[in-house]
Design a protein around this ligand. Sequence first.
Ligand SMILES: [Zn+2]
Length: 480
Amino acid sequence: MARSVCIRNADWVVAWDAKAGRHNYRQNADLVFAGDRITHVGPGYAGPVDEEVSGKGRMVMPGLVNLHTHPSVMPVFKSIREELANPKLYFTALYDGWNLFRPEPEDCVWAARQAYCEALLSGCTTLVDMCFPFPGWLDVMAESGLRIFISALYESQHWHSANGHELTYVPEPDGGKGAFEASVTLTAETRAHRSGRLSAMIAPMAIDTTSIDLIRKGLELARAEKLPFQLHAGEAMAEFLEMTRRTGMTQMQLLAKEKLLGPDVTIGHGIFLDHHSWLHWYTREDVKILADHGCSVAHCPTPFSRYGIKLENFGAYLKAGVNMGIGTDTHPHNMLEEMRTAAILARIAAENTYAVSTTDIFHAATVGGAKALMRDDIGRLAPGAKADIVVVRLDIPDMMPAYDPLRSLIYIAADRAVKDVYVDGRKVVGDGRVLTMNHMEAAEQVSAAQRRILPKVPSRDRHGRGAEEVAPRTLPLAHG
Ligand SMILES: [Zn+2]
């Protein structure tokens, strides 16, 4: 018999109402799980259990689903990339900014550990990990205790800008076939992992870097294996201009014409679609195309907010019928802060408080992400669902008062209130500390990696500039 745990008489439980297709609040309720599955949600559980945990002063909610991240590199850019942008490429640092600071392959496992720790501490239990393969990836995913969808990126050409104002593409010698095959192999190895927590999403890198042929091959594989699929598109102004230059169509119109959309397809970002105010494009079809095909969008507001870019807007996409999920993309991998940013920016973009509700945002960060991953057993607390559970402290000042505990959590306390996190019924965060990995060791290793990278910046920069010139510090360094 699987070991059973009862979180007894929690002040609040965020329970799933399958009939209504939404979360509800329940007060003074029990949550019981046995092994990796939830067996009971509701008051007065009378059955036998192996362990009782008091729910007094606690809210119990489903683990959050982070639909888009790049853990093996992003932590290394911490305190650099927040203000790194190229105004001549519409502010994005994708093409000639972040790669000056890229980590060496052997540092990637440490960056991944640090990102996974941040994610867990913010109540994330499922994470889509989109990276180019690096040594030790599978092992570090397994070690984390998270539920991870490996998304081994592949592409047929990569971004380059020799002059800082023109985006060009450097083709892979084999057209990307080798990268695709490596991705397929790693995907298979990961899915075979005995933990059962690791799965896969098929992920060509981006619409402008992957040939239509290789995007199609990926989608065919995803469909044959019943796996979800994600592609970066609508990520940058320059990408939109490039795709309309190449094809005369927007990215979504091209994907629709090539029959590369469907309910199993998630568009990473989906910001620069035909309606975006920067573009002045003549059509207004793209959001409807996404909705008509049942697609999802992985919305990651933080990195774009740093460039001065916003989705226009979350509420309008939802209203049109697009399934929305939320991802952190970059550091901090803090899902609760990401949810807050998503809500705030949607309201600013729409100039309307009611453009999006906290209900919408919480739905997106749980069942919205689960739907994109084609899973009906995560992102919810219901009998039969996976025991992916977050226990939140209500008895700390940041959470008090809590007329509405999710508002107190998302808009005020965030990760400071996350006490315990369970994935598959296994406790992976206890009393606000990660139990599966050494968070401090990961942070120290990533700091050391960043220190080793800084002297390499001049050799990577086209003007031979040093790190301090490319990314000036907030304050000048005083001497003497
Ligand atoms: Zn991304």
